[in-house]
Write a protein that binds this ligand. Structure first.
Ligand SMILES: Cc1ncc(COP(=O)(O)O)c(C=O)c1O
Length: 433
């Protein structure tokens, strides 16, 4: 029996309608930006395996660090214990993050990093004597993960389904999205900010925080918006007593050409959520960074003032070792420069595709290149499948978000391979009627 057949008998896959899905790709190994399939073919991982794989697969430095750490200390509980990797990584993150973020709380994945930030915001206000501050603002088409808090602040349109009645109410802010290069955008923000002002006024003193994916709304369709909007949004929310949570689970670690997307807006958030690329995409690990002010709101003689939250694998030593090696490799391999080189490549090859009648818009930022087709809702799966299959047959793995096609390759990928991926995508688009 093939691996795919055995898989079908016992495995339940994420975000997959098993009744209609193609058999899963059987991947047996990977190196650099390439996946090796069981049938002997190679596929270019144009989406970094769900945006995790930062350098390329199995970076030697990270592999060695994982092996050495596994032999030294595999795991230890993180309440009442610490270990060198967790401390060294926290030191590095504090040093590299936007100013003011001085504390690192570890968890396991993007959703938990978000849950922790949401809880910190609410509890922090309550312990400062403002328990009414429980209202979150979040962006339309935002996505922050699949646990209940993360789902609540995510846009319910595409993902919440039957869980909608269980989600808490959120003030949903319209986003002035732009095409092309958002760093060059001169879009007039007057109407968007007037609408935001009205929403904030209606919230009164109940605002806990705003949560944003800075500049790039990933799962919502690789929507981009200008840094000036992020700046103005943060400034207005703070003026209403709210905190600013930057969810950089997808954008962190150079994906946008800066180490953190907030840097494009010179924004220092109060809480910063990191995951995916934190370990270079090798192991699950997440971090929520907080300011000294927030941390101090949890101190006191009463044990219940603490953040009563934790996971079995909090700050797993092997994952911390992978993250430290990933950060060292990020510097050593010049990944930020590589992200900027991808940005320049997209700026050259995407605008001409705008001329195709099937194309509504193109946009790009750092290592993220996007082509949006006309029409089609998120669940209009037929076209997406046609494009995905065409690309796969040409050795390129993509995962369209409805009418939105994009590449977000490992930053260590060869530019020529990314250009080839786009030639393939363009050929697929031209076949659409
Ligand atoms: C911006 C953002 N936040 C949170 C998450 C959730 O991360 P995870 O899938 O690791 O739980 C994602 C996942 O794609 C994301 O893109």
């Amino acid at each position: 029996m093939s691996l795919a057949d055995r898989d079908r008998a016992v495995v339940w896959h994420p975000f997959t309608q098993a009744a209609t899905a193609d058999p899963p790709l059987a991947v047996v190994s990977a190196a650099g930006a390439w996946l090796q399939l069981a049938d002997g073919t190679r596929v270019f991982d144009a989406i970094s395996s769900w945006w995790t794989c930062l350098h390329g697969h199995s970076h030697p430095r990270i592999v060695a660090a994982i092996a050495a750490q596994a032999a030294r200390l595999d795991h230890v509980l993180f309440a009442g214990c610490t270990h060198p990797g967790a401390v060294a990584l926290a030191e590095q993150l504090v040093q590299r993050a936007p100013p003011g973020l001085t504390r690192v709380f570890y968890s396991d994945d993007g959703s938990t990093a978000v849950e922790v930030a949401l809880k910190m915001a609410v509890q922090c206000h309550a312990q400062r004597g403002q328990p009414q501050r429980t209202r979150f603002l979040a962006l339309e088409s935002g996505y922050h993960g699949d646990t209940f808090g993360a789902m609540s602040v995510g846009d319910p349109a595409d993902f919440a389904g039957p869980f909608a009645p269980l989600l808490w109410p959120v003030t949903r802010v319209a986003v002035p999205t732009v095409d092309g290069d958002p760093l060059q955008s001169a879009r007039d923000l007057t109407a968007a900010l007037a609408a935001l002002d009205a929403q904030l006024a209606a919230c009164g003193d109940t605002v806990a925080a705003v949560i944003v994916e800075p500049l790039v709304q990933g799962a919502g369709g690789m929507r981009l918006y200008p840094p000036a909007f992020l700046q103005a949004l943060a400034q207005r929310v703070r003026a209403h007593g709210g905190l600013v949570i930057a969810d950089e689970v997808m954008t962190g670690f150079g994906r946008t050409g800066a180490l953190f997307a907030c840097e494009h807006a010179a924004l220092a958030p109060d809480l910063l959520c990191l995951a995916k690329g934190l370990t270079g995409g090798t192991l699950p690990l997440a971090a929520t960074l907080a300011t000294t002010d927030i941390y101090e709101a949890f101190l006191g003689p009463d044990a219940r003032r603490a953040l009563l939250h934790g996971h079995s694998f909090t700050a797993n030593p092997i994952a911390c070792a992978a993250a430290l090696a990933s950060l060292a490799a990020l510097d050593e391999d010049g990944l930020l420069a590589k992200a900027r080189a991808l940005h320049a490549l997209y700026a050259r090859i995407l605008p001409p595709l705008q001329a195709l009648p099937q194309v509504r818009a193109v946009r790009w930022l750092g290592g993220i290149g996007v082509l949006e087709l006309h029409g089609g809702g998120y669940h209009d799966a037929h076209q997406s499948r046609q494009i995905r299959d065409f690309c796969l047959n040409q050795g390129v793995l993509i995962r369209p978000l409805g009418p939105v096609l994009y590449t977000l390759p490992p930053l260590g990928a060869e530019l020529g391979d990314v250009e080839h991926a786009w030639r393939t995508l363009a050929a697929a688009v031209k076949l659409l009627r």
